[in-house]
Ligand binder design. Sequence first.
Ligand code: KE4
Length: 424
Amino acid sequence: MTKSEALFERAVKRIPGGVNSPVRAYGAIGEAPRFIDRADGCYIYDVDGNQYIDYIDSWGPMILGHNFPEIRESVVKACEKGLSFGCATEIEVEMAEFICERIPHVDMIRMVNSGTEAVMSAIRAARGYTGKNKIIKFMGCYHGHSDAMLVSAGSGVMTSGVPDSAGVPKGCTEDTMLAVYNDLDSVKMLMEQAKGQVAAVIVEPVGANMGVVPPKNGFLEGLRLLCDENDALLIFDEVITGFRLAFGGAAEYFGVKPDLVTYGKIIGAGMPVGAYGGRLDIMEMVAPVGKVYQAGTLSGNPIAMAAGLTQLKYLYAHPEIYTSLEKKGSRLYGGMEEILKENGLHYHLNHISSLGSLFFTEEEVVDYASAKTADTKAFAEYFKAMLNAGIHMAPSQFEAMFLSMAHTDEVIDETLEAIRKYFR
Ligand code: KE4
């Protein structure tokens, strides 16, 4: 028995499914998950000493690679002054100013502790500001596990086959309406159906929780228009895309301006940080200045801010990172497309910048329904073969691959070699 297997045996006795987040349980794979001991650069090392090239990157935060020296040092330094005060601190002001002064559509921002909390709060602010209740989300998009969002969600919900979730009273989801990703008509129909009642449309500007599904040309622009025409707010959930596609996220990348935006992952550099922000007139609705209540003991925690701000400052000071990530993406995903072609395989591969997903289906994957045609058993075999070859990918067909600055050309070519061997 490996140490990972032994740990998993213990874990399942005391933690639901042996994990603190479902997708880590390898549920779709059918074997014990690898327990990770440490990580450095593009590598992670499990408790049995096996090394893997990591394409999970903690689900996105580690855009500079694991154990990035400046970030580690900023955390150690901050720890020497104490871990948490539950009071206002200077670094929270610095973090808010740094983001608001560099992202035009963010006039004001509030730190929270996760992407879930960011989305939950942004939706409450949207409802509080508009005085309306209906929220339109897209099938297959995942916005964290707050009750109103656990309707046809992606990510772990899609992976575990939990259609929605037990424990969510109907009342919590009756104002959540479901549209089809990349289908503006489905949004138009809902807007007509709930005329004057829609507070906001929330969207992953690049779907990444049904696997990677980029927006079709005009989709995001169309959402902007529909929201304006129907007096609804547009919320970009940039928990994955924020600071990854560009410093200004998908909003900058596609040139579409949301009214509110949510962040997570990269903003915390691996520490528990989420944030929501946007138009001043909306954010001024938030307590204590406004009537929309939201709070958090560890929100803006100084250690988490030290990590996150160090990462954001580094990304902003090195804009060439974004072209480099584009190049890394082209090398990896372009290489994968070549391998499929060499082997006469017509699996569908979606990718944009450093994000990508190989779908085990011949259908073009543009939304939840087409993503669901993927053969999850074939994916599981592929995942296991890659794992045994020392390549650590997300243990689910409905997740993304994440590239970081630590993935060199050599490492990408090594990955392609392993993939070539598998499909040969
Ligand atoms: P967290 O509460 O997990 O920090 O963020 C929720 C969330 C919100 N919005 C988007 C677009 C997200 O992708 C996420 C979380 N992403 C998943 C990975 N697909 C987190 C991994 C997990 O659940 O363990």
